[in-house]
Design a protein around this ligand. Structure first.
Ligand code: H2B
Length: 95
């Protein structure tokens, strides 16, 4: 079982990644990414997918043309965990 982040750990995570917003209903973090066009958005998604598969931790996401909405949470922990922090960090490193 993955350990769920406590309030202080969650606040530290949000402070590290200011572009991300806490979604309290799911205890998730979300961020919207905008690109020039669909090709760039989909290229970003392909890169994230490869990383996510390697990490065995997968985003919940949607794409409309040049926009990608990502939600990260850990089902196994029923909320945020260190696994979400690691994936958010890897996603940020792509930008
Ligand atoms: C068995 C496998 O490790 C789990 O189902 C993984 C796969 N990807 C996952 N992704 C996310 N976002 N949360 C999880 O709890 C999760 N669990």
């Amino acid at each position: 079982m993955v350990q769920k982040l406590d309030d202080a750990q969650r606040d530290a995570l949000l402070a590290r990644f200011p572009g991300w917003t806490h979604e309290p209903k799911r205890d998730a973090i979300t961020r919207q990414f905008k690109f020039d066009d669909f090709a760039q958005a989909f290229g970003f998604m392909a890169s994230v997918a490869i990383i996510a598969e390697k990490m065995d931790h997968h985003p919940e996401w949607s794409n409309v043309y040049n926009r990608v909405d990502i939600l990260l949470t850990t089902h196994d922990a029923d909320g945020l965990s260190e696994r979400d922090a690691k994936l958010a960090e890897a996603i940020e490193a792509l930008l």
